[in-house]
Design a protein around this ligand. Structure first.
Ligand SMILES: C[S@@+](CC[C@H](N)C(=O)[O-])C[C@H]1O[C@@H](n2cnc3c(N)ncnc32)[C@H](O)[C@@H]1O
Length: 255
């Protein structure tokens, strides 16, 4: 049994009965999102490590395990950014495998090219998660890490990932979430709202990093993300909460 399939405690069955009540997508226009990521690309990795106290690497490794990829496998990393998850996927499939990273920001891709562009089997493409520049069913798994929040339609994002993956393959989403107990959720939002711009200011990217906490406002809870994945056509959807619920790891199978 994989982590993603593990029942109660770590994983919640994303069954029926979830009534959507939050945003269906990001309301910030795509060109602004792209400009923002272009501007933070040179400092993104350092800021990420600082803001997650270095836990981000562990979460990405959990996402790789959730794909169930093996040596020689094929993966698509959507909104790949600076390529951290792309590189981890490449490590899982080895030189006999193939990993394609897609991102809207050329500056993020430029950083990724330095970090993992020369690894065997890795290819980086400029493209939109909502119109992926890949053939139908051409991968065994598709991932998105901390990218979903930025898409103008979460459901369309999952539908595109499902289109890119062959039947029986996996779609994996790693994303920030808001801890469940209300007081913890409030505390977390408060800390995030203050911390993100402060860390941004440290790196002279304060304005760009004020976008981050707002991207969590109205972002659907993990149960709704799971329901969205089901509406996008994925089956056997489940999720785990990580970091006391500050992060969620969702997995679905392509029908
Ligand atoms: C927070 S970063 C995450 C990067 C990387 N996946 C990681 O784990 O660190 C979000 C990324 O999503 C990209 N992005 C935002 N909207 C996108 C879209 N519509 N299509 C593709 N990439 C997008 C941004 O350019 C940025 O690189």
């Amino acid at each position: 049994m994989t982590e993603a399939q593990r029942p109660a405690g770590n994983s919640v069955d994303a069954g029926s009965g979830v009534q959507p009540s939050s945003r269906k997508g990001n309301v910030v226009p795509e060109p602004r999102v792209t400009t923002m990521f272009d501007s933070i690309a040179p400092v993104y990795d350092r800021m990420n490590t600082l803001m997650t106290a270095g836990l981000d690497g562990r979460w990405r490794r959990a996402a790789v395990r959730a794909t169930q990829l093996r040596y020689g496998g094929t993966a698509l990393d959507v909104a790949c950014g600076t390529g951290k998850l792309t590189a981890a996927l490449a490590g899982a499939v080895g030189p006999a495998g193939r990993v394609v990273g897609v991102d809207l920001s050329q500056a993020m891709l430029d950083v990724a090219a330095g970090a993992c562009g020369r690894l065997p089997g890795v290819e980086l493409r400029l493209g939109n998660a909502l119109a992926l520049p890949v053939e139908d069913g051409s991968f065994e798994a598709a991932t998105i890490a901390f990218g979903l929040r930025n898409l103008s339609s979460f459901e369309d994002g999952f539908r595109e990932m499902a289109r890119a993956v062959r039947s029986g393959g996996r779609v994996v989403c790693l994303e920030l979430s808001v801890p469940r107990p209300r007081f913890m959720g409030r505390f977390y939002r408060g800390v995030f709202r203050v911390m993100a711009p402060v860390v941004g200011a440290l790196f002279r990217r304060g304005a760009a990093y004020s976008y981050l906490p707002h991207s969590l406002d109205g972002f659907p809870p993990a149960e709704e993300i799971a329901a969205t994945m089901r509406r996008a056509g994925l089956r056997d959807v489940s999720f785990r909460r990580l970091a006391l619920g500050a992060v969620a790891l969702h997995v679905g199978t392509v029908a």
